[in-house]
Design a protein around this ligand. Structure first.
Ligand code: CO
Length: 133
C-alpha cells in the first residue's frame, strides 16, 4: 500500500469567482470548472507542477464545504492522495484503525473515485484518497 502522489490540495472558498481571480493574479491558469453533485460543490482547478490547487465553493447549505466555512472560515480544507486500488487502500486504512468518512468510494471530480479519512484520525487533517486523475 502506497500513496502515488499529492494529487491536489483542496481549499474552501465562499465565492469561486473571487477566489479564481486571486489565483489567476498569482500567475496560475484555470484549467477547468466543474460541479460535483455528490459533494454539493463547484470546483475550479489550477494545475501546479506535479499537483493541483482545487478551489471548492458550496452549492448547497448542507454541503460539507458550507459547514466547514461556517465553522472555520475560508482556507485549506483537505489534502488529496492518489492511490492505485482505492478499495484495497481503504481496507488497509481501516485495518490500521483509521476512520473513513464513507462506507464505499464515491464519484469525485474528473471521473475519479474518492473516499476521505476522517480528520479525527489524522490530527485534524482531512485526507482525500482518490483513484484516477
Ligand atoms: Co479534493
Amino acid at each position: 500500500m502506497r500513496v502515488k502522489a499529492l494529487e491536489h490540495i483542496g481549499i474552501a472558498v465562499k465565492s469561486l469567482k473571487e477566489a479564481v481571480e486571486i489565483y489567476q493574479a498569482l500567475g496560475l491558469s484555470l484549467s477547468s470548472t466543474e460541479e460535483v453533485p455528490s459533494e454539493r460543490v463547484r470546483v475550479a482547478t489550477f494545475p501546479v507542477e506535479g499537483t493541483r490547487i482545487e478551489l471548492l465553493e458550496p452549492t448547497s447549505e448542507d454541503s460539507a464545504i458550507a459547514k466547514f466555512l461556517q465553522k472555520r472560515g475560508e482556507g485549506i480544507h483537505h489534502l488529496a492522495f492518489e492511490v492505485e486500488d482505492i478499495e484495497r487502500f481503504c481496507e488497509e486504512l481501516q485495518a490500521a484503525g483509521l476512520r473513513l468518512v464513507y462506507e464505499a468510494p464515491r464519484a469525485g471530480e474528473g471521473g475519479s473515485r474518492v473516499n476521505f479519512i476522517h480528520p479525527s484520525s489524522v490530527r485534524g487533517v482531512l485526507i482525500e484518497i482518490r483513484e484516477g486523475r
